[in-house]
Write a protein that binds this ligand. Structure first.
Ligand SMILES: [Zn+2]
Length: 342
């Protein structure tokens, strides 16, 4: 059997607690970025207005831009703010990764018990503190390495925008405002990148802790099941992987960056565990049936028109996901490109 209604409920609770963790991390990082840009807007607007006044009407040359002291000061301020934000990403991302690892390890025992008869030996309840710490440390290292290029990249992007300049409108106020909007867009790419790093690393910390837990309970487990959210916002790859079974020692679920799929441990049969009693039939999630029961709009939002058409012409459900090897990172399951679907 395996999965019971109680198992599904516990998996939902676990997902909700991880979602809450990630949503609060996202809110805090976003607020930091927005506040920082509020402060920087004034500096850049002032610096650009005084530069435009000094050159009179035309867009300043690369040389004018390089020699403007207020602009250099604004760029330095942007760099300093960005460094602080990257520091926040590292500190808060690591704390969230530690919390996710901890939540994974405390939730797994209940999920296992929900599949076993009363009287079964209790699973090892949680991973050791040292293991959680090791997972948090690895997350910290990965977040640090991935966020290292962010600030230099941001500074270069701002400089590129400044040199590119703007070609229309005579009013210096408007010209300055237009440039500041473009600078803002560049500055905020750092936020998008940070959220991607934080979300992905926090989920991977959860997954690592779940793996450690499975290995400690290998005697009662037969594997784990890939569980996706399965709604209109879930991608075709995660839909296709939902419900798939994997060996105990296989790490995962390896979904794409920003993915939030979770693993649910599956126990061996009662007979295999030495219980001579009838075992209730488990609930096996059928992702394909669930997908077919979605509204047409939701199906289109998941797959897009061409992929949905390919699926309806007979593409096998499992072929919607493709494993991709990523140099320098773990493998990931991504939606199979439409042109590869038969
Ligand atoms: Zn996905």
């Amino acid at each position: 059997m395996g999965v019971t209604a109680r198992t599904i409920q516990l998996a939902r609770d676990l997902r909700a607690s991880i979602d809450a963790l990630l949503n609060s991390l996202t809110r805090r990082l976003t607020a930091g970025w927005v506040d920082a840009w509020d402060r920087l807007t004034r500096r850049f607007s002032g610096a650009l207005r005084s530069l435009l006044d000094s050159v009179g009407g035309r867009w300043p040359s690369r040389r004018d831009i390089a020699r403007s002291a207020p602009l250099a000061a604004a760029l330095n301020a942007a760099e300093a703010e960005h460094d602080l934000l990257v520091g926040e990403l590292r500190a808060q991302g690591t704390a969230a990764a530690r919390a996710a690892a901890s939540a994974a390890s405390t939730s797994q025992a209940g999920i296992i018990r929900s599949q076993l008869p009363t009287g079964a030996p209790k699973p090892v309840t949680r991973a050791a503190e040292t293991e959680i710490e090791a997972i948090a440390r690895r997350a910290a290292d990965r977040i640090a390495a991935l966020s290292d290029p962010l600030t230099p990249g941001m500074r270069q992007a701002l400089q590129r925008e400044l040199v590119r300049g703007i070609n229309r409108g005579a009013d210096p106020e408007q010209i300055a405002a237009g440039i500041v909007r473009r600078l803002e867009a560049q500055f905020h790419t750092g936020l998008e990148r940070s959220l991607l790093i934080a979300n992905t690393e926090v989920m991977d910390a959860y997954r690592e802790a779940a793996l450690v837990f499975r290995l400690a309970n290998g005697n009662v487990l037969r594997g784990w099941m890939w569980v996706a959210r399965c709604d209109a916002h879930t991608c075709p790859a995660c839909w296709a992987m939902h419900g798939s079974e994997h060996p105990v020692d296989e790490a995962g679920p390896y979904d794409h960056p920003n993915g939030r799929c979770i693993s649910v441990p599956l126990t061996r049969t009662w007979r295999e565990l030495g219980f001579d009693m009838p075992e209730p039939r488990g609930e096996v999630p059928n992702a394909e049936a669930a997908f077919r029961s979605l509204s047409r709009d939701a199906q289109l939002s998941v797959m897009g028109p061409s992929r949905l058409a390919a699926y309806e012409r007979g593409t096998a459900w499992a072929d919607l996901a493709t494993r991709r090897e990523n140099p320098g990172w773990r493998p990931s399951y991504v939606p199979t490109p439409v042109h590869q679907l038969t």
